[in-house]
Design a protein around this ligand. Structure first.
Ligand code: TRP
Ligand code: SF4
Length: 404
């Protein structure tokens, strides 16, 4: 990628829920659009994850996967800037998941907060499976396979990034000893350049001999900011500072997506399962109809009753879609009962429809050329597999499964 970010990887995934709605867009995809130009990004459709909570409903899965991909492309994910792929087309995810399962204590998985929560919430599903318990570990494998530093997720997924960090640490601790480490470190130090290498060695000595954590942080920053190093060499040097051997797997960080509140038409969080969603490619007439009947501040039963924008889900949409000026007009008009709700919704309908119209036009082109979409994904899968194969070669070697 042409932006000097070759050492800064981002990975994120989305379940194949079919055509996306505005909640998916503002909750994740909008953020990915920016990230693709700042980092080396890998984005994938998590089709195996869909099975962990819905193995009985695989009909239509294929179509849902393609609908998600078309939404990504239509919203502006650019195959020239990021890598888009489908999880099951990179079987290394399964291999890493399996190897990680060997070292994952059951208690770690049982304690993931989403485990009990989802069993509580989704009573209609069979979640008593091995696959469902292991789903956060599958997610760990997704992340670690690409040695991603950053994982953009919503609040609900932070615990999964946290367990991924623990798994990486455990793996590195158990298997992070390289036979010819000294040799490889020497070569990596050469890449640093002699002045930086001297400083690195000095900082390492200060940390190891005096436990000086500031030196540790400085040494880490020194290695992390150096973009001449390959990912493997960077991990080696990072591990070597602490004397723990090589960090084969990278500990990722969650990149919390700042998500605006996005209510559905009934005022609850927008979700397909509530049936209160507005599609990212929905027909403009239908969008207008839904917004016209959207829930408002219940205190405004009559046109003459003043309302409170802070208690109105429509106003949450104004916060996302409207200019400062329009927002002030709406808020003041609401509080004074100077405008009616229909009037208040008008500029909002126009903005949402304008956004959707652009996306619909692009989507139509992709719908009409499925070979183009498949080609983009085929290429993405190849690129992803290249990265995945490199990690797995190191992982197999570390575990002791190299039979050259
Ligand atoms: N579990 C995520 C969700 O349900 C999707 C996902 C799967 C993911 N693998 C991932 C997200 C890896 C980030 C990184 O939304
Ligand atoms: Fe909501 Fe606007 Fe109606 Fe006020 S005027 S209750 S902000 S829709």
């Amino acid at each position: 990628m042409s932006n000097g970010s070759q050492n800064r990887r981002v990975l994120s995934g989305m379940r194949p829920t079919g055509a996306l709605h505005l909640g998916n867009y503002h909750g994740a995809l909008r953020n990915w659009l920016d990230l693709q130009y700042q980092y080396e990004c890998f984005f994938f459709v998590a089709d195996w994850h869909a099975l962990t909570t819905g193995y009985e409903h695989t009909e239509g899965l294929e179509d849902k996967v393609w609908q998600v991909v078309i939404d990504w492309l239509s919203a502006g994910l650019n195959p020239g800037a990021c890598t888009m792929f489908i999880q099951s087309r990179v079987p290394e995810h399964a291999e890493l998941h399996l190897l990680l399962s060997m070292i994952t204590p059951l208690g770690w998985l049982e304690r993931v907060p989403t485990y009990k929560d989802q069993i509580e919430q989704m009573k209609d599903r069979d979640l008593g499976t091995y696959g469902f318990l292991g789903y956060p570990l599958l997610q760990s494998a997704d992340i670690l396979l690409y040695r991603a530093q950053y994982v953009p997720v919503g609040e609900d997924q932070v615990a999964h990034v946290e367990i991924t960090r623990e798994i990486a640490r455990r793996f590195n601790h158990l298997f992070g000893r390289e036979v010819d480490l000294e040799q490889k470190i020497k070569r990596a130090l050469k890449q640093l350049g002699s002045r930086t290498a001297t400083l690195y060695k000095e900082l390492r000595r200060q940390y190891q001999e005096q436990g000086d954590v500031e030196s540790l942080a400085k040494a880490q920053a020194l290695v992390e900011s150096n973009n001449r190093l390959s990912i493997a060499d960077r991990e080696r040097l990072l591990g070597f500072v602490e004397g723990t051997g090589r960090a084969i797997l990278t500990e990722p960080q969650a990149l919390l997506t700042p998500t605006p509140k996005l209510p559905g038409v009934d005022g609850r969080k927008m979700s397909k399962s509530y049936g209160n969603d507005i599609g990212l490619r929905e027909d403009p007439d239908s969008v207008a109809r839904k917004l016209k009947t959207m829930q408002t501040d219940p205190a405004r039963a009559r046109r003459t009753d003043p309302g409170d924008p802070d208690k109105c889900p429509v106003f949450d949409l104004h916060r996302i879609y409207s200019s400062e000026e329009t927002r002030q007009w709406a808020a003041a008009g609401c509080r004074s009962a100077g405008i009616g709700c229909i009037e208040c919704k008008k500029p909002l309908i126009d903005s949402v429809v304008a956004e959707i119209t652009g996306i619909r036009a692009r989507a139509q082109e992709f719908e009409e050329s499925p070979e183009l979409v498949r080609g983009i994904i085929n290429e993405g899968c190849e690129r992803a597999r290249d990265a995945a194969r490199r990690t797995m070669a190191d992982v197999r070697e570390a575990v002791g499964l190299e039979y050259g």
